[in-house]
Design a protein around this ligand. Structure first.
Ligand code: GLU
Ligand code: ZN
Length: 252
């Protein structure tokens, strides 16, 4: 049997904080215990938010922590062709439709039921009435897939208007291309797994083993975010913390 492959996949749209360190260190530990490898993937498809400086900071912070990643991290922004190919496959199966609804059009959904991220479920307007003019996103026709668990997300966007792909599509394509056998990530991603499993089935890709860990919380119980009050790894480092201090603080 091939050795297991774990991965850590941060989105560098802010500085990394303790929550990222926890997830990376947990993956490192599980990979080591399983005699497997650990890959790094930089999820930088959103080039408006993930600047080159933040990408570099992310790589530097992880290097400072001394996490044993395999060389040559995958950068999503360099693999748009792979995402386009997957979209073409889903489109050929008749599972996608263009949606030209703008942010202001979508204001009509303010009282609609919500998806697990708290966003209103799309009402299927462009599926039923055809697309309008202007730039189009591509949505998954979830009813046509016959899926039930993933329907909590409604007709999710698989290709955003601005970047031509999406988190859900890219993560599934990359986990398969990188041969990830184990996906270990925060509990905030748990609900998204139903879409990922569905996309794997539709695209004929293997299902990795999923494990979702508790999020590191402040004493107040609030989820750590990249907002100003939460100390980043860089702040801690500037205050004199060592990588060993961070590992110890997080129980590694
Ligand atoms: N890039 C995502 C994040 O940083 C996580 C993706 C994943 O692990 O599936 O929130
Ligand atoms: Zn629409």
């Amino acid at each position: 049997m091939n050795p297991p492959v774990f991965r850590f996949a941060p989105s560098p749209n802010g500085r990394l904080h303790l929550g990222h360190a926890y997830s990376a260190l947990l993956n490192e530990k599980l990979a080591r215990e399983a005699g497997g490898t650990l890959l790094l993937r930089i999820e930088d498809i959103d080039t408006t938010r993930c600047t080159e400086t933040l990408v570099q900071h992310c790589i530097d912070d992880l290097a400072w922590l001394g996490i044993a990643f395999e060389p040559n991290p995958r950068r999503q922004s360099q693999h748009m062709d792979d995402y386009r190919a997957a979209l073409a496959k889903l489109d050929a199966m008749g599972l996608l439709y263009p949606c030209t609804c703008t942010r202001s059009d979508l204001a009509r959904l303010k009282d609609a039921p919500r998806d697990p991220d708290g966003q209103p479920l799309y009402d299927g307007h462009c599926r039923m009435h055809g697309q309008g003019t202007g730039p189009a996103a591509l949505r998954l026709d979830v009813a046509k897939t016959g899926a039930s668990a993933a329907s909590i997300w409604g007709d999710v966007i698989l290709a955003r208007k601005d970047i031509g792909t999406s988190y859900h599509l890219s993560v599934v394509v990359d986990d398969a291309l990188q041969g990830a056998t184990h996906v270990v990530r925060g509990a905030d991603m748990e609900q998204a797994t139903s879409i990922h499993l569905l996309l794997q089935t539709l695209l004929g890709l293997p299902h990795p083993i999923y494990q979702h860990h508790d999020l590191i919380r402040h004493q107040t119980g609030r989820k750590l975010s990249k907002s100003a009050e939460d100390r980043s790894l860089a702040d801690m480092r500037a205050e004199g913390a060592t990588p060993q201090d961070v590992r110890k603080l997080l129980g590694f």
